[in-house]
Design a protein around this ligand. Structure first.
Ligand code: NDP
Length: 303
């Protein structure tokens, strides 16, 4: 029997692991991937994590993991299939058997959303990508298009501009929602062109992406843009499918939990990108992990 099981090894899970270990809890982190880091692993450069500016996503993930290893936090690599609330005990069912704990912190993060247009599924991996840092190198000196106007889209466009001959950024409105610092970096690049008020309505090509159809929402006209690759960065979807009948969620699937990360079920906490909250950043995910452990400690005192 564990005191605490943390599900997920992104920044929220790692924050919880370090705080839990320092609080003397018997805990383990469960993740389906043996490589810790979650979404941070797919980030080229993280420039807004306090004290560590300009670190690559993989360096920052390694640093988080090394910190947890220093406290000898056990990591279990397996897939969680269901979580059962048995009152003062929580049962975590995995593909490799069951684990029991007095409390659970859910930190399963989020994955990329799909655009939902013709050609997207058919050409996935054939020029359609959701991860610029993973696949960008395949497009050296070629032309790519990024879709979206958030932090990820702008980061992707900046990263690709260093590799590709030309990068288009297609955004559905006339202003970006990405952080100002990122926007400034983007605007300074010669080989990036922003296509405003436009949507990619289809991705075309026989075996590989050849072009995309762009619909201009102002003029109402469609045109073809010749590209070798398309990077889709249109937001995230919380990984909360397996929590459906367990904790209260909003209509988008984010877990409803307050600043203490307490969910609608006693002893179950939600930290990081899966929690309904106004700002999803690495630093706020780590903070959630710490807050959740503090709430677990208070829960144990009240038991
Ligand atoms: P966001 O939700 O911030 O942005 C999604 C973008 O995609 C928006 O510009 C949105 O347009 C656009 N979009 C959504 N749906 C469609 C569609 N169907 N067609 C065309 N465009 C669409 O998601 P991100 O993935 O950029 O970021 C996810 C979270 O991660 C954010 O909270 C972000 O701040 C955070 N993040 C944190 C980092 C850090 O801590 N260093 C680094 C990177 C991301 P519109 O603007 O019109 O809504």
């Amino acid at each position: 029997m564990y005191d605490l099981l943390v599900i997920g090894s992104g920044p929220a899970g790692m924050g919880a692991a370090i705080y839990g270990a320092r609080a003397g809890m018997k805990l383990a982190v469960i993740d389906q991937s043996p490589v810790s880091g979650g979404q941070v692993l797919t980030t080229y450069e993280v420039d807004n994590y306090l004290g560590l500016p300009g670190m690559s996503g993989s360096e920052l993930s390694d640093a988080f993991r090394a910190h947890a290893d220093r406290f000898e936090v056990p990591f279990i690599t397996t897939e969680v299939e269901a979580i059962e609330d048995k009152g003062t005990t929580k049962l975590v069912h995995t593909t490799d058997g069951d684990y029991e704990a007095k409390a659970v912190i859910l930190a399963t993060g989020a994955t990329h959303a799909m655009l939902g247009v013709t050609g997207e599924m058919q050409l996935a991996g054939m020029g359609v990508s959701y991860c610029a840092t993973c696949d960008g190198a395949f497009f050296r000196n070629r032309t790519t298009v990024v879709v979206g106007g958030g932090d990820v889209a702008v980061e992707d466009a900046i990263f690709l501009a260093g590799i590709c001959k030309k990068v288009y950024l297609v955004h559905r409105r006339d202003s970006l929602r990405a952080a100002d610092a990122l926007q400034k970096k983007l605007m300074a690049l010669d080989n990036v062109e922003i296509i405003w008020n436009s949507e990619v309505s289809s991705i075309n090509g026989e075996d590989m992406v050849e072009n995309v159809t762009i619909f201009n929402k102002v003029s109402g006209e469609s045109s073809q843009l010749a590209v070798d690759g398309i990077f889709i960065a249109v937001g995230i979807i919380p990984n909360t499918k397996l929590l459906k009948n367990l904790v209260e969620m909003d209509e988008k699937g984010y877990v409803i939990a307050d600043e203490t990360c307490a969910t609608s079920v006693q002893g179950i906490y939600a930290a990081g990108d899966i929690r309904k909250k106004p700002m999803r950043q690495i630093i706020t995910a780590v903070a959630d992990g710490a807050n959740a452990v503090n709430a677990v400690q208070n829960y144990f005192i009240a038991l």
